[in-house]
Design a protein around this ligand. Structure first.
Ligand SMILES: Cc1ncc(C[n+]2csc(CCOP(=O)(O)OP(=O)(O)O)c2C)c(N)n1
Ligand SMILES: [Mg+2]
Length: 362
């Protein structure tokens, strides 16, 4: 957990310049802090729920990676699409899914965002345009490319942003999808949450080439971003989304980050693939919440009292979400057949065909 006590570090650069440098107002910076505190406290509550048996199945926490969720999703429009892998609880919150609905989904309850049938890895909310929650490594990449194709086909001005882990870039679907996106100049943003490991395997053990080269063969521009610096992330994605929205075509982002917990709740934090010291050092030097706290306190934008108030609020929202989940019933037997079959529209098509659903088939 981030300490809410100040431990100001000396920096060669004047930290108060950071907001101006990125074109971020004091209010927006405080909102980013509030968001990340919620993500951290929410995940800690989920961790507790798992430990006491309220949450079953797989549960992958995003603790340590919060700046990537806040900094990349907050600058998007409500009608932009976001899709992700299975480490997606905070990304769903960032896209506007209610904390109660996310927690209830983790508990496998009826009021969960997927009716309690998906669980931790399958949080969906089409109204928020949060398109899951996918458990097959890389499986979401072609799907998000399909959404980008739909955006272009319909002439919309939205973008399709998809997160994946570093292990996904060695999957075949990733390469096919990026090639198609490039050829068709689709409004897709491919974001690798590069936390250096795929379960217990370091990225350097499964690739001879650097992450930044992965999209190069397809002619897709590649960007490297510090995923622990939420201000840098926000400014970067704000500008990138704007370009993609106006025809810049697909983009690849190596978002460099680090996970502070084990791969999933059932795995050790360090294990044999990384040392305890490595994790401790990352927590000390690369905690996105502590980094923003220090920046804002040095700039005189945040004080201790406000920070503690924000933290108390984040804890309360997380507690309320757990109480809500607890009170929600499990899905009933009627849920067994719900959302299993696709409805064919009156035109007899499953595809987007530009025709309103009420139009007669010809
Ligand atoms: C196609 C496929 N192969 C293997 C797995 C088993 N598996 C689950 S998570 C994972 C590692 C993925 O690591 P990464 O993409 O870096 O994401 P991270 O967990 O670090 O967020 C693997 C191999 C899977 N889910 N899907
Ligand atoms: Mg990884």
């Amino acid at each position: 957990m981030p300490e809410t006590k100040t431990k100001a570090k000396k920096s060669s650069r004047k930290k108060s310049d950071a907001l101006a440098e990125h074109g971020i107002s004091d209010e927006l910076a405080l909102e980013l802090m509030r968001d990340m505190l919620l993500y951290r406290r929410f995940e800690e509550k989920a961790e507790e729920g798992y430990a006491i048996g309220k949450i079953g199945g797989f549960c992958h926490l995003h603790i340590g990676q919060e700046a990537g969720a806040a900094g990349s999703i907050k600058p998007l429009r409500d009608d932009d699409y976001v899709m992700s892998a299975y480490r997606e609880h905070t990304q769903a919150l960032a896209k506007g899914v209610h904390p109660n609905a996310v927690m209830a989904e983790l508990y496998g309850r009826k009021d969960g965002s997927s009716g309690g049938k998906g669980g931790s890895m399958h949080i969906f909310d089409a109204d928020c345009r949060f398109m899951g929650g996918h458990g097959i490594v890389g499986g979401q990449v072609p799907l998000a490319t399909g959404i980008a194709w739909k955006i272009k086909y319909r002439g919309e001005e939205t973008v399709s942003l998809v997160f994946m882990g570093d292990a996904a870039v060695n999957q075949g679907g990733f390469h096919e999808a990026l090639n198609m996106a490039a050829v068709w100049n689709l409004p897709a943003i491919y974001v690798v949450e590069n936390n250096e490991y795929g379960m217990g395997t370091a990225f350097s053990r499964v690739s001879r080439t650097d992450m930044s080269t992965k999209a190069v063969p397809y002619g897709i521009p590649s960007h490297t971003v510090d995923g622990q610096d939420v201000l840098a992330c926000y400014a970067f994605f704000r500008d990138l989304a704007d370009k993609v929205r106006h025809g810049a075509g697909p983009q690849f982002v190596d978002l460099q980050t680090y996970r502070f917990r084990g791969h999933s709740m059932s795995d050790p934090v360090s294990g044999t693939y990384r040392s305890v010291e490595e994790v401790l050092q990352a927590k000390e030097e690369r905690d996105p919440i502590a980094l923003l706290r220090d920046t804002l306190m040095e700039a005189g934008v945040l004080d201790q009292e406000t920070l503690e108030e924000m933290d108390a609020e984040a804890r309360q929202v997380s507690l309320d979400a757990a109480d809500f989940a607890e009170a929600s019933p499990p899905p009933g037997p009627e849920a067994l057949y719900a959302n299993v079959w696709a409805e064919i529209n009156p035109n007899g098509r499953l595809f987007f065909d530009r025709r309103p659903e009420s139009e007669e088939a010809s």
